[in-house]
Design a protein around this ligand. Structure first.
Ligand code: PLP
Length: 260
């Protein structure tokens, strides 16, 4: 990574054990609030999602115990396991898919997820909306009495080929497509920042995501007026993301330590 020398980047300890999770989570929330204030924003305008890939059920329950209310998983299999564990323990939090979603895993994901942040192509959007319809009362959102699933459009603003997400030029059309499906609620845009230590490149990418969301809202297309959330920023680039308007940062290592 080598990003740790970047001015403004936050440094966090490695190899965290479970008892430190609460302290770290509180520290991240305090840092996020401070960064928001520096950016002239309300501290509460930025929520922290815990990215819990590879974490144990105990670690996940621990972070919920210290106040985490939104979790993100990258793989459907892990999301399902977490969903089952939380239900068994009577824990009720938002559980979002933040990794690439394959067509054949959509049904499985919808039985447990309360949100999907990684819609990035026409076929997947239709698949998710159709599957929700077919699942009826068996989807997690139906179980919670909701009629629409919170979704985000993932956009590849870094231009890196390895990254998922639609092209910026496709975003408006895909957002319009989501907006046309009554059981999908387009809450915002999501991106993964460029893999670089260049703070201005990172900010530029995040600024582009914010501007895309503004364009989508301004289009007046049905169902796009609430495209207000910006899911961007991870352990290494919280300052840049919050300065450019992130409303949801996705944090893993700063809370749980380096993944093995
Ligand atoms: C792992 C992951 C994160 C968190 O990254 P950290 O560097 O651990 O903070 C955020 N978003 C996505 C999509 C991830 O896969």
């Amino acid at each position: 990574m080598g990003d740790d020398d970047r001015e403004g980047a936050l440094a966090y300890g490695k190899g965290v054990n479970e008892t430190e999770i609460c302290r770290n989570f509180a520290q991240v929330r305090a840092d996020v609030a401070g960064l928001a204030e520096q950016a002239g924003r309300e501290a509460e305008s930025v929520a922290v999602m815990c990215a819990v890939k590879t974490q144990s059920a105990e670690a996940i329950r621990a972070v919920i115990g210290c106040g985490a209310r939104v979790l993100g998983h990258n793989r459907v299999q892990e999301l399902v396991a977490t969903g089952k564990d939380l239900r068994a323990h009577g824990l009720d939090v938002e559980l979002h898919m933040i990794g690439p979603l394959q067509r054949n895993k959509v049904n499985h994901a919808l039985r447990w997820a309360t949100g999907i942040q990684t819609l990035d192509r026409a076929e997947l959007i239709e698949r998710v909306a159709d599957s929700l319809e077919r699942l009826g009362g068996e989807s997690e959102i139906a179980r919670r009495g909701r009629t629409a699933l919170d979704v985000m459009l993932q956009v590849n603003v870094s231009g890196e080929e390895s990254k998922n997400g639609c092209e910026p030029a496709e975003a408006l059309e895909l957002a319009t497509q989501i907006g046309a499906r009554v059981n999908l609620a387009l809450t915002g845009l999501m991106t993964i920042g460029p893999n670089t230590a260049d703070a201005s490149a990172i900010r530029g990418a995040y600024r582009q995501l914010r501007e895309l969301a503004e364009q989508i809202r301004a289009s007046g297309a049905p169902g796009t007026g609430e495209c207000t959330q910006l899911s961007m920023g991870m352990t290494n680039d919280l300052p840049e993301a919050i300065a450019e308007g992130a409303t949801l940062v996705r944090v893993g290592r700063a809370v749980f330590g380096e993944r093995s």
